[in-house]
Design a protein around this ligand. Structure first.
Ligand code: UT7
Length: 327
C-alpha cells in the first residue's frame, strides 16, 4: 500500500501588519465592526515590490527543509492561488526555478480559498497511483494587490501569506492523507470574482477606470452557502473514513470569518478548543490560511502522533473541500 505522507510543512507571513485602526483611516469602518463581524484584529500584507512567488518561495524552502529533502528531489510542484505573479506563466514555474527543482513538473490551480485542499487532492492521487513520489504543494496569496482599498466590504477581510507542504509516497500509515473531497457550484460564481483582466474583459483603460481588476464580493450571500457547504464537506469526509465528529482531535478550517468557523464547529458539536483559529492575527489569506494554520499548529507541538485532523475550505467559484489526515 502506498500512503501519501506529509513529510514537511512551512509557512511565511509578511512582516507588515495592518490593524483595524489603520483601516479606520482608509475607509468608513470601525475596529468594533470588523472584530465583531469577522473576528479579525489585524492582517499581514506584503510591501509593494513583493510578488506572490517570493512568499511561496519562503514557505516552500521551510517545508523542504522540514521534510529533510532537497529541492531536486521534487517530482511536482502545485501552487493554489488566485493572485499569481502573472497570467502567464504559472507561478509554480517561477517557484520551480527559484528552488532549483529542476526535475519537477509545475502548475498552478485556481480554486480560490479551497486551493490548498484541491492541490492536496491532486498530490494524493499522483502518489497513490505511483505516478510521482515527492510533491510540493503551496497555498499562497497576495490579495492586497487585487483588492480595492476603497471598498470596505473586501479590504477589511483579505490578506497575504503562504503555506506549503511536502508529500511523499510512504509505506508507513502515519502523517497520512486519508482522503480528500472536492466540490464546486458555479451558480454562485457571481458572489466572488475579479471581472477584469481575463479574456472576457481584457485589461483596458475602461476596465481599469471601472475598477474591474479588483475582487468583488457579495459577502452576505456567501456566508450562508459557506456554513452549509463546510458542514456538508466535513460530514462526508468523516463518513468516508468511518469516523464521528467526536473522533476529531483538530479541526483546521479555512479562515474566512470567525462566525463561520464557530458555526461549523457548533454544527459538528466540536468544542472550540479543538479548532485552530488564526483569523484574528492574519485575516483571510484565501488558499494560504489552511497550510499556515497546519504549519503553525505542528510547530507549536500541538499535533500528536495518531491525531485525526479534519480540514475544510470554502471559497470563490464557489468551491469547497475537505480532508482527513491521520498524524
Ligand atoms: O474566503 C471565502 C469566501 N468569503 C467568505 O466566505 C465571506 C463570507 N462572508 C462574510 O464573512 C461576511 O458576510 C462579511 C464579513 C463579508 C460581512 O458581514 P455581514 O454580517 O454579512 O455584513 P453585511 O454585508 O450584511 O453588511 C451589514 C452592514 C451593511 O450596512 P447596512 O446596509 O446594514 O446599513 C454594510 O454596508 O454592514 C455594512 N458594512 C460595513 N460596516 C462597517 C459592510 N462592510 C463594512 C465595514 N465596516 N467594513
Amino acid at each position: 500500500m502506498i500512503y501519501p505522507k506529509i513529510i514537511g510543512t512551512g509557512s511565511h507571513v509578511p512582516e507588515k501588519v495592518i490593524t483595524n485602526f489603520d483601516l479606520e483611516k482608509l475607509v468608513d469602518t470601525s475596529d468594533e465592526w470588523i472584530t465583531t463581524r469577522t473576528g479579525i484584529r489585524e492582517r499581514r500584507v506584503v510591501k509593494e515590490d513583493v510578488p506572490l512567488s517570493a512568499l511561496a518561495f519562503d514557505a516552500s524552502k521551510k517545508a523542504i527543509r522540514s521534510a529533510g529533502i532537497e529541492a531536486r528531489d521534487l517530482d511536482l510542484i502545485i501552487v493554489g492561488t488566485i493572485s499569481p505573479d502573472m497570467q502567464l506563466p504559472s507561478t509554480a514555474c517561477f517557484l520551480q526555478e527559484m528552488l532549483g527543482a529542476k526535475r519537477a513538473a509545475a502548475f498552478d490551480i485556481a480554486a480560490a480559498c479551497s486551493g490548498f485542499i484541491y492541490a492536496l487532492s491532486i498530490a494524493e492521487q499522483y502518489i497513490k497511483t505511483g505516478s510521482y513520489k515527492t510533491i510540493l504543494i503551496v497555498g499562497a496569496e497576495v490579495l492586497s494587490k487585487v483588492i480595492d482599498w476603497t471598498d470596505r466590504s473586501t479590504c477589511v477581510i483579505f490578506s497575504d501569506g503562504a503555506g506549503a507542504a511536502v508529500l511523499q509516497a510512504s509505506s508507513e500509515p502515519s502523517q497520512v492523507v486519508l482522503s480528500t473531497h472536492l466540490f464546486a457550484d458555479g451558480q454562485f460564481a457571481k458572489y466572488l470574482y475579479i471581472p477584469g483582466g481575463g479574456s472576457l474583459h481584457p485589461a483596458s483603460h475602461e476596465t481599469v477606470d471601472k475598477r474591474m481588476h479588483y475582487v468583488k464580493m457579495s459577502g452576505n450571500e456567501l456566508f450562508k452557502v459557506a456554513i452549509r457547504s463546510m458542514e456538508e464537506a466535513c460530514l462526508i469526509a468523516l463518513k468516508h473514513n468511518g469516523l464521528r465528529p467526536e473522533d476529531v482531535d483538530l479541526l483546521i478550517p479555512h479562515q474566512a470569518n470567525l462566525r463561520i468557523i464557530e458555526a461549523t464547529a457548533k454544527r459538528l458539536n466540536l468544542p472550540m478548543e479543538k479548532v485552530v483559529v488564526t483569523i484574528h492575527k492574519y485575516g483571510n489569506a484565501s488558499s494560504a490560511t489552511i497550510p499556515i494554520a497546519l504549519d503553525e499548529t505542528i510547530r507549536a507541538g500541538k499535533v500528536k502522533k495518531g491525531n485525526i485532523i479534519l480540514s475544510v475550505a470554502f471559497g470563490g467559484g464557489v468551491t469547497w473541500a475537505s480532508t482527513v489526515i491521520r498524524w
